[in-house]
Ligand binder design. Structure first.
Ligand code: TUI
Length: 327
């Protein structure tokens, strides 16, 4: 096993992180990934303090007191400050902070001995959180599922890695060894993966949600609420068509009612993930869903990502060996 600043910082074997996905990145999936040598992030968006605390305790019950896992602080959540207090009290090993400016949360987390990893959509915010002491930045390209920024993984990871000195974690569009290798080539020191883990055997996503991902093609996701709310990528269905119509209508009005665009969040996700309503609910998934075609165990997925990347990098290294610029 080779090391990166992220495997060293967190004390993990594989430089692979399960991204926080509400109702999916719960105790069982997070604990399975930690158990196999990666790490996972409990999603807190849409959950009460008591629920998140229960997930933290369940992961520790399953993996032991020394388990390395994180909690995501979703800054669009009304109870974000209560969750921040909870993670400090619980002294979780690390926190990822997303969907808003992480700057003011970094110091309090450090005071509690917690690593602070900020999800940033621009170079400017990456530089800002570095100044404020963030331990690493997570770059989620707009290929990712769920709430997204405007830039792609390819362009944002590269530009942020060139601009900051803290370690970078690449996310968005990564679902196999080649994708992991690409993240490293761009300058990342770990990757965060979501969509591929949704279909893991240990994932409690509804079978119909998993089936939507397994059957998706490259062109089957779309972005909703891009102009009036929080842009969210999900697999096309009745809900995304309704949003498209609502956006068209809103464009025509002088004072559009923006309430509907706020409903694309956690509530619509629960409908699909928990209840299997994959037409009326939000089937959040990344553009890479087209590559995800098998339900496998967490162990199989982690090994495929890690050893697949090693194989790809070694193949390319031998192809490029001896190519040296001499002029
Ligand atoms: O947060 C995510 N992905 C999500 S959250 C979610 S549930 C939801 N609930 C309510 C509204 C919308 C979604 C589903 N998927 N990823 C991390 C992420 N962070 N994506 C984009 C950002 C981000 C955006 C702006 C991070 C920082 C930021 O800063 C703006 C500023 O204030 O400077």
């Amino acid at each position: 096993m080779w090391k990166t600043r992220i495997t060293e910082l967190l004390g993990i074997k594989y430089p692979i992180i399960l991204g926080a996905m509400a109702y999916i990145s719960e105790s069982q999936l997070v604990a399975s990934i930690c158990h196999e040598g990666g790490t996972g992030v409990i999603a807190s968006g849409g959950f009460s303090v008591d629920e998140v605390q229960r997930y933290i305790h369940e992961v520790r019950d399953m993996c032991g007191k020394q388990a390395v896992f994180g909690v995501n602080l979703m800054l669009q959540s009304p109870n974000k400050d209560d969750i921040a207090q909870l993670v400090c009290d619980e002294k979780v090993p690390f926190v990822t902070i997303g969907a808003g400016n992480a700057s003011s949360y970094i110091n309090p987390l450090h005071q509690a001995g917690i690593h602070a990893l900020a999800i940033v959509p621009t170079v400017k915010l990456a530089e800002r959180v570095q100044e404020r002491g963030a331990d690493a930045v997570i770059i989620e390209g707009m290929e990712a599922g769920g709430h997204i920024g405007k830039l792609t993984t390819m362009t944002l990871v590269r530009q942020v890695a060139a601009a900051v000195s803290i370690p970078v974690i690449a996310a968005g569009g990564i679902a196999d060894g080649e994708g992991v290798a690409a993240g490293f080539m761009l300058g990342a020191e770990a990757v965060q993966v979501g969509t591929r883990f949704v279909v893991a055997k240990e994932s409690n996503a509804h079978p119909k949600y998993k089936e939507k991902i397994l059957k998706a093609r490259d062109i089957d996701t779309t972005i909703s609420a891009q102009h009036f709310g929080h842009a969210v990528r999900a697999i096309k269905n009745q809900l995304t068509r309704d949003f498209e119509q609502a956006e068209k209508d809103a464009f025509k009005q002088e004072n559009p009612d923006l309430e509907i665009f706020e409903q694309m969040g956690a509530g619509a996700l629960a409908k699909a993930v928990v209840h299997g309503d994959v037409e009326g609910g939000s089937v959040m998934a990344g553009q890479i869903a087209g590559l995800v075609s098998k339900e496998e165990t967490v162990e199989e997925i982690l090994k495929d990502l890690y050893y697949g990347a090693a194989k790809k990098i070694q193949e390319e290294a031998s192809r490029w060996a001896g190519v040296v610029r001499n002029d």
